[in-house]
Design a protein around this ligand. Structure first.
Ligand SMILES: Nc1ncnc2c1ncn2[C@@H]1O[C@H](COP(=O)(O)OP(=O)(O)OP(=O)(O)O)[C@@H](O)[C@H]1O
Ligand SMILES: [Mg+2]
Length: 245
């Protein structure tokens, strides 16, 4: 049962948005999906049309306390992402073992990079959303140096909130493409409908079914689904890479 880690090197790059929509994409393909959030006041519920004030049940809370939206089980890890019990508990619950029918998507805040590095080793994929703003890009070379090739073997980069009408954005995207190569699996356009849907407490698919960002994030989720169904355990398979943005 695959664990998919969503974690970016910088806050505010759309990690929660991407995690929510990957979960929806996997669920639409028939997987039994659990989303695990780590931040106390997370925006995750907003992407599902729920109020941010809702208190999500813990990972081990009984099924009758579950918050299910469209079949997706929303849970909150109440301890630190660094907690030594996290991976053993995921293992006990049957995640981290082979199988594709039950999937867990983890939305780990950017500040928890040490924990994220550890979780990435156990996960079947690490999706790393970036923006092409200079403050986000400046962290990338260091991230590549620290992680090394093996450390990034399951990492797929996604450029989020891209505005291709701006020269700086185009140059930033070219920089990421050069650095990440086949690990860049897609880009999501900047789209005002994303925050608007959150403000309206509606899922993006209901608020703006024709949203550019929705169509882009669905394409990325489709690649992830394909990869989970391939025999290659690493989702940055050459076949996925050749379809990269
Ligand atoms: N493609 C997009 N176009 C426009 N706005 C976007 C897009 N993706 C995300 N946003 C907006 O950017 C903001 C940050 O997104 P999100 O909360 O997903 O980022 P995050 O990386 O999880 O942030 P945090 O570090 O606070 O956890 C939100 O207001 C969201 O609506
Ligand atoms: Mg977040």
């Amino acid at each position: 049962m695959p664990v998919i880690l969503c974690h970016g090197p910088k806050g505010g790059t759309g990690t929660t948005f991407v995690a929510a929509h990957l979960a929806m994409g996997l669920s639409a393909e028939g997987a039994d999906v659990t989303v695990l959030t780590f931040a106390a006041r997370d925006t995750m519920p907003l992407h599902f049309g729920l109020s941010q004030a809702i208190s999500l049940p813990s990972l081990t809370a009984p099924a009758d306390e579950a918050v299910l939206v469209g079949g997706i089980n929303l849970r909150h890890w109440t301890r630190s992402a660094d907690d030594a019990d996290l991976l053993p508990m995921l293992n006990d619950l049957g995640y981290l073992s082979p199988g594709k029918d039950r999937v867990m998507v983890l939305d780990v805040p950017s500040g928890d990079w040490r924990a994220a590095r550890r979780i990435a080793q156990a996960a079947c994929a690490h999706v790393c959303p970036l923006t092409v703003q200079p403050d986000s890009l400046a962290l990338l070379p260091q991230m590549f140096d620290e992680a090394g090739t093996d450390g990034l073997s399951r990492t797929a980069f996604v450029i989020n909130a891209l505005d291709e009408t701006r020269r700086l954005s185009r140059h930033g995207a070219a920089f990421v493409r050069e650095l990440a190569g086949q690990r860049l699996v897609g880009r999501i356009r900047s789209d005002e409908a994303v925050p608007e849907a959150m403000a309206m407490l509606q899922p993006l698919s209901r608020y703006a079914p024709a949203s550019a960002a929705l169509s882009d994030v669905r394409a990325i989720s489709g690649k992830l689904v394909d990869a989970l169904h391939s025999t290659d355990p690493v989702w940055i398979a050459p076949s996925a890479a050749s379809r990269a943005a």
